[in-house]
Design a protein around this ligand. Sequence first.
Ligand SMILES: [Zn+2]
Length: 103
Amino acid sequence: MNQTPAFFRQPYPLSPDTAMSTSETLYCYHCGRHHPREEMRQIETKSGKKWRCIKSIQATRRSSAQRDAFGKTVTTINRAENQTRIKARLDAERLVAGSSGSV
Ligand SMILES: [Zn+2]
């Protein structure tokens, strides 16, 4: 059971003793640095299998989910605005056509 607070943990062991007892570090192609093996995931890329840290994977997933949600909201708003504008324009044209016809 590890009760060490997250902010207290080092990205990787700094003391030689800890480095000896823990498993090796792996190169994270995303961060361009080494992380402990237990924080890494091997993923398939176009150029083969690479190691990437879980933190960066989760960060990317989270930001892309937010971007998707944001994109959907904007699209919905745009669509609603367009429909309102089109409807207003049609109504205006109908009014103009109607008034010009009656004169
Ligand atoms: Zn990383």
